[in-house]
Write a protein that binds this ligand. Structure first.
Ligand code: NAP
Length: 288
């Protein structure tokens, strides 16, 4: 166990709650704040103090960690925390907010003279619980060792990416792959059912071969069972599809698959599946 630092965690949802728990388990002093206070209260205990406001959480913190839904949510709460942060503290922005969102938040950090580290994560609820996330980070060389000390409590792997907002750029690439894979799984299972086959045959036939993927097996099993406990909430996947398309437009890249996936995710939200796992995109195939 390394040196103890004080970390303010804003956002204790699906991802933020286990991350805060693991920071405390690693011996850090953790201050948590969440808009719905009950979710933060559930974490109170050894090394975890519940704060009444973002500013109260940040007041004696060396690191500010944000893990909120989107850029609007982060932009709404970060200024109160940044104004209270001690001089020299570092902001670890770990929510998925896209390129425009990250630029906006980086500007807010600059207004407060705070070092901004762009650090979105790969991995869903279970890797967050197991401290096995992958952090895709971009930030100044001189703060990296300190940041790694905090990341080590929540992650199995840290990838430093150079260039403007490299962490967010790589995160968008990773999520384009993830959402396409889940959509392709939903499509194959729906097609198998439509053609009168037992859809288990699809997962059985790819199993253990070069076409297999643990993710396809995991999400495919949810589709077969019609049970979608949220690991990566579908509403978040829809938001991410929009962020990927926004970045692709700026880059002049045509992403036909992501466009189709976004339509399906939006349809699944309309059908009432936004709070379920993204695998519930399966329903959009059955109803269209
Ligand atoms: P979540 O369970 O839906 O939690 C969202 C958090 O944002 C909650 O703390 C929520 O507060 C807060 N929030 C939303 N709108 C807000 C606002 N306007 N003001 C203040 N707080 C607000 O989401 P999550 O799955 O933990 O995801 C958090 C971030 O990590 C997202 O950017 C997501 O894209 C990213 N991410 C998620 C996964 C995953 O698999 N779940 C994986 C990698 C990255 P309340 O509790 O009050 O609603």
């Amino acid at each position: 166990m390394g040196e103890t630092t004080t970390v303010a965690v804003l956002g204790t949802g699906t991802m933020g709650a286990p991350m805060a728990r693991n920071l405390a388990a690693a011996g850090h002093d953790v201050r948590v704040w969440n808009r719905s206070r009950d979710k933060a209260e559930a974490l109170a205990g050894d090394h975890v103090t519940v704060a009444a406001s973002p500013g109260e959480a940040a007041a004696d913190a060396e690191y500010l960690l944000t893990m909120l839904h989107d850029a609007d949510a982060v932009a709404a709460v970060a200024p109160g925390a940044l104004a209270a942060l001690p001089h020299g503290a570092v902001w670890l922005q770990m929510s998925t907010v896209g390129l425009d969102g990250s630029r906006r938040l980086e500007a807010i950090a600059a207004e407060h003279g705070t070092t901004y580290v762009d650090a979105p994560v790969v991995g869903t609820k279970a890797p967050a619980e197991q401290a096995a996330l992958t952090v895709l980070a971009c930030g100044p060389e001189e703060v990296r060792a300190g940041c790694e000390h905090v990341f080590d409590a929540v992650a199995a792997k840290i990838v430093w990416v150079d260039g403007e907002l490299g962490g967010t750029r790589l995160k968008l690439v990773m999520n384009s792959w993830v959402i396409a894979l889940v959509e392709a799984t939903a499509e194959a299972i729906s097609l198998a059912e439509g053609l009168g086959l037992d859809p288990r045959l699809f997962l059985h036939t790819i199993a253990d071969g070069p076409l297999d993927s643990p993710y396809a097996q995991m999400k495919g099993a949810m589709m077969l069972d019609r049970e979608f406990p949220a690991s990566f909430p579908l509403r978040g996947a829809e938001k991410d599809a929009g962020l990927i398309l926004e970045a692709a437009r700026e880059a002049g890249v045509d992403l036909a698959v992501t466009q189709a996936v976004r339509r399906h995710l939006a349809r699944a939200v309309e059908l009432g599946h936004g709070d379920e796992d993204m695998a519930a995109t399966y329903h959009s195939h059955r109803s269209s």
